[in-house]
Design a protein around this ligand. Structure first.
Ligand SMILES: NC(=O)c1ccc[n+]([C@@H]2O[C@H](COP(=O)([O-])OP(=O)(O)OC[C@H]3O[C@@H](n4cnc5c(N)ncnc54)[C@H](O)[C@@H]3O)[C@@H](O)[C@H]2O)c1
Length: 328
């Protein structure tokens, strides 16, 4: 039985608590949140105790922590939890700064504690299926990966201002997916971007529409298309073109009914956003973390995967600024 403390009882902390409730070899022992009502609500749902984050990190009756607090708090919590010998499941991005992620990676390595970076999309059954079929050689050598990733609508401007920008906040998931599917490190990043959805996002110094091309040393290419708006729901599609064929995962729709009339074919919108679209992925991600920690195997994606994705996001931001291809 893995005894877990949840740090941060907001949107993602609640998702992870629900996943843990679905596992019979893991239990939420305690929850912490800077806002007491958030902790109380999750404690009521899980039957866990309310403690402070520091008390959870120091507790003898807790083996692992799930860090689901805002990104700028991850660093201190990782340092504390690693030093206290806790296994760590940390939401993405690990931190906004690659140097600080390196510091965390050193602490985690010195402490020898298991660490998972929360790139949940690797656990989506369709995307994991694509990766498995690539490795089984079903389409031969990978040549071009296309990732289409568009949110239904932009977050509030207040969020944009502190988000670290589209590449570090949103595209980071796609940059990790690119590494996962290419299985080779990109050596060049070229980014273009605009504020087409909301000019206020542009005035805040960010973009809401972006395309990035990644190239690996052997010449494999990945194209990522991001938008902060999609009128038809949360648009999450992947296509991998290889020497002997194609693997493709389409959007998941709210239902599978199709209407055909003389006016044409009509289907439901895509599932609305990440909580619904990636429900199965969040559960599989937690299943993997618990299995890995209980069996003494390193969980994946690792903190190094968190760092690599961050370096690609930093390179994309630099490429946009300079209008030039950048080496990550
Ligand atoms: N993998 C994913 O799909 C995914 C989705 C959403 C968010 N995230 C990541 O998860 C993290 C949290 O995002 P969210 O959307 O759940 O935010 P949120 O604002 O909904 O929840 C964060 C919670 O943490 C609490 N908190 C703040 N500082 C704290 C501290 N020092 N100790 C304890 N609690 C504290 C807040 O009161 C809040 O309840 C971010 O890093 C975000 O990037 C990942």
């Amino acid at each position: 039985m893995l005894k877990i403390g949840i740090l941060g009882c907001g949107r993602i902390g609640q998702v992870h608590a629900r996943s843990i409730r679905n596992l019979d070899d893991a239990r939420v022992v305690a929850v912490a949140d800077a806002m007491l009502p958030a902790a109380e609500a999750l404690a009521a749902k899980t039957g866990a105790e309310i403690r402070t984050a520091d008390a959870i990190i120091a507790a003898d009756d807790i083996d692992a922590v799930v860090i689901g607090t805002p990104t700028d708090t991850h660093f201190d919590l990782i340092q504390g939890a690693a030093t206290a010998g806790k296994a760590i499941f940390c939401e993405k991005p690990v931190d906004m700064s690659a140097d600080r992620i390196r510091d965390c990676a050193s602490t985690v390595a010195a402490a020898g504690v298991p660490f998972l970076t929360g790139f949940n999309r690797r656990f989506d059954p369709s995307f994991a299926g694509i990766e498995a079929r690539i490795r089984e050689g079903e389409i031969g050598e990978v040549e071009i990966v296309t990732i289409l990733s568009r949110d239904p609508s932009p977050p509030p401007l207040s969020y944009i201002a502190s988000s670290g920008g589209l590449f570090r906040d949103m595209m980071i998931h796609d940059l990790d997916m690119a590494r996962f599917l290419l299985a080779e490190e990109p050596v060049q990043v070229f980014a273009v971007g605009s504020a087409l959805v909301d000019s206020e996002i542009g005035r805040a110094g960010d973009v809401d529409t972006a395309a990035v091309t990644l190239t690996t040393a052997s010449g494999r290419i990945c194209q990522i298309s991001n938008s902060r708006r999609a009128t038809y729901g949360y648009d999450q599609r992947i296509e991998v073109h290889g020497a002997r064929g194609l693997l493709r995962a389409e959007n998941q729709l709210e239902n599978s009914v199709e209407v055909a009339t003389g006016a044409g074919f009509r289907r439901a919108p895509a599932r609305n956003f990440f909580l619904e679209r990636y429900e199965a992925a969040y559960l599989a991600e937690m299943r993997h973390f618990v299995d890995a920690v209980l069996s003494g195997k390193p969980p994946r994606p690792s903190i190094e995967d968190g760092l690599r994705a961050q370096l690609l996001a930093d390179a994309a931001a630099r490429s946009l600024e300079t209008d030039l291809p950048v080496r990550p």
